[in-house]
Design a protein around this ligand. Structure first.
Ligand code: F6R
Length: 258
């Protein structure tokens, strides 16, 4: 896992967006995996800017999102489908029919999850997966204890995640307790992973994920087993990394040779 420590949220967002844009330029029909939440908003803003100013073309791209709340239809302002339309899809030229967000309202969740996995395979697998990390160390909604081989399924959110996500709802009781989430195993099959992490609140989770043991208790730690993962974080999120100076030194050398 490569860790790139950036000075600001803006810088980490731009660097992460450059990786996504580089792939789309190189492979116009790339399959992109997207995340919701606060962390990738800056990355999405920069992709929109690149589309408008540089003509970054998403017309052949296919997308798969990590997760969706059970019970929220796509037109609910707190649903992740709504979030993706609002923060990215409505502002770029990706055909809506090429965008996949798990359904939180299907009649048969198990059948839907099987279909979602099949659809990812049919599209050739995910070339690049964008990720955030929960303060409890989750990727997607794979809460502590999730199998590192897990697939897309219905999950139960922890109290900590409900607390963290209450800020998007009027009150905590409105946060759905269940979600449909890609599994850790599904995420690990992406050819490349780009994780964006910012803020002091994420420092313990990032340190555990990048430098702690690989454990189901911090599902992001499974990314240590992934052959091509890069984490873009800010100084606040990097605050508890033991090897922070080492990562900064490596990045300085890489920036010099660019
Ligand atoms: C969202 C997702 C989650 C978030 C994580 C961090 O699709 O899968 O794992 O990435 O909860 O959320 P934020 O960025 O809001 O702190």
């Amino acid at each position: 896992m490569d860790v790139v420590i950036c000075k600001t949220y803006d810088e980490l967002s731009r660097r992460a967006a450059a990786v996504v844009a580089g792939l789309v330029n190189h492979k116009p029909n790339a399959v992109l995996g997207f995340a919701t939440g606060s962390s990738p908003v800056g990355l999405y803003k920069d992709l929109i800017r690149r589309h408008r100013e540089e003509g970054l073309d998403f017309s052949k791209v296919t997308t798969f999102n990590l997760d969706e709340y059970v019970g929220l239809p796509g037109d609910h302002p707190q649903s992740y489908r709504f979030f993706m339309n609002d923060n990215l899809f409505d502002h770029i030229n990706v055909p809506k029919q090429n965008t996949h967000v798990p359904s939180g309202t299907s009649a048969n969740h198990r059948a839907f999850c099987e279909w979602y996995e099949k659809r990812i395979r049919e599209c050739g697998g995910i070339d690049l997966q964008v990720l955030g990390i929960g303060s409890d160390g989750h990727i997607a909604f794979n809460e502590p204890g999730s199998s590192l081989g897990s697939r897309t399924r219905m999950v139960t959110l922890t109290e900590q995640t409900l607390d963290d996500n209450a800020r998007f709802f009027q009150k905590k009781a409105d946060v759905p307790r269940h979600a449909i989430s890609m599994g850790v195993g599904t995420v690990l099959e992406a050819r490349r992973c780009v994780m964006v992490v910012n803020g002091k609140g994420k420092a313990p989770a990032l340190a555990a994920a990048a430098e702690g043991p690989v454990t189901t208790m911090i599902t992001a730690s499974a990314l240590q087993l992934h052959p091509d993962t890069v984490v873009f974080c800010d100084e606040d999120a990097a605050g508890q990394l033991k090897m922070g100076d080492y990562y900064r030194w490596i990045q300085k050398q890489a920036d010099k040779t660019e």
